[in-house]
Design a binder for this molecule. Sequence first.
Ligand SMILES: *Cc1c(COP(=O)(O)O)cnc(C)c1O
Length: 501
Amino acid sequence: MVNDKDSQTNSPNSDPASGQPGDGDRRLDGLQMSPDLMLDLARQAAEIVVDRTRRLPEGIAWDGEFREVLAEALMEDPPEQGRPGAEVLERAARDVLPLTLRLDHPRSFAFVPTAPTWPGVLAEFMAAGYNINACTWLVASGPSQLELVVIEWFRRWLGYPEGAGGLFTSGGSAASLDAFVAARQAAGHPERATVYMSDQSHTAFLRAAIIAGIRRECIRRIPTDRHFRLDMNALAESVAEDRAAGYNPVAICANAGTSSTGSVDPLGPMADYCAAEGIWLHVDAAYGGFAVLTEEGKRALAGIERADSIGLDAHKWLFQPYEAGCLLVKDLSTLEKAFGVKCDVLQDTIWGGDHPNFADRGLQLSRSFRALKVWMSIQTFGMAAFRRAVANGLELAARAEDYISASPVLEVVNGASLSIVCFRVNPADAGLDESTLEEINRKVLAQVFWDDTAFMSSTSLRGKFSLRLCIINHNTTWADVRATLEAAERFGTQALDDLTP
Ligand SMILES: *Cc1c(COP(=O)(O)O)cnc(C)c1O
């Protein structure tokens, strides 16, 4: 709780009480705080966050509230006079921050979560405290060099050729937008441009294509095989048809881990095809990319190094706080050709070819210093620990699949692909139709949630309503996964019993 003994005052107009006897500093002055107050608040914020993180595994994975309740609590005019910073922190920690899906809870398996490491969190604080704008070399040479270093790490991990490079972005969505713009530019910015992606590709790609100015009717969604991998023949047919009809293919997107099933498209054959056809290949590795840190993942993603561009999210399987996306391109000049513009007011910022201005590689001018998170957490824990943490997800997903296969109640809908397993309640020989199965599994999903066991999500796989676990939290153990599957079995059995009159 707030310690009031410092008699702090937050109104610059009131009597400026000093923080400590003898220091003579006003604790607030205009928009400034005295160093002792800054430290007090920083310590309080750190204590709140550390305590929240320590208690996370025992607590619920989700909390939320309806809008009218929250509006009642939060909708108000901004105060004319400030109040003690400690109170403001407390209020945020009590009324705002907990009302979320706790994506770093060890039993948070929905969507694609992340569980950031503490050095990554501190890096956000440090970058904000030093007020870094990673826009140009002149403005931020240290941060720019560090971004080059971390991008170089990623390049090596992916087996991407020397000379490849890129930049940090807000996330996979921004990476895909930048990739489409680079691809279109590399294709000569033709009229009637078309792009190709599978029916499993992330909606971020639809949106990015629309923003990039690709007409909706020029976005092709290619069917997938029974393991949800893009069908090469269908792709080749679609491109050939389009070319015959006067369209101009500018990019083909491959998945290196779809968010629905973790499926990996045939990257090698797609790279062969794109090379032969002269079409840009972008690989969406937002979820799956960092699997390359393990031998198993490297095998699964073989061919990724042949793409023209790759999008990765360090705020997923590299355990960083949001936002930490990244785009790498095989030929760096393609990015600078697409995004470099001359700007009079920034004319002093040109240091020459060896001193990149990251603002010339993408959408953003003012940019936060995202590379620092990755760098600080890897410097602190070392690569061995990161490899182990990535492998944890792969191992637990494989083990979950084994458990589901052996269960009399559960059925594997799509086996572990990277770290995602899709399954449902469907006892062998029960002979239940799809709509009954959907009803039962919706119930199971809701009950696992209301029981506070875990937070899962579902997906629809060729019309099959399927439960889904995405296991990429370094803190998740087999006990967490097993408890979740056992709950699904238990609630599934109940739902089946309720069926028979
Ligand atoms: C998360 C995700 C995206 C979108 O990335 P954002 O970081 O949310 O913008 C795209 N593709 C896949 C496979 C993803 O998992």
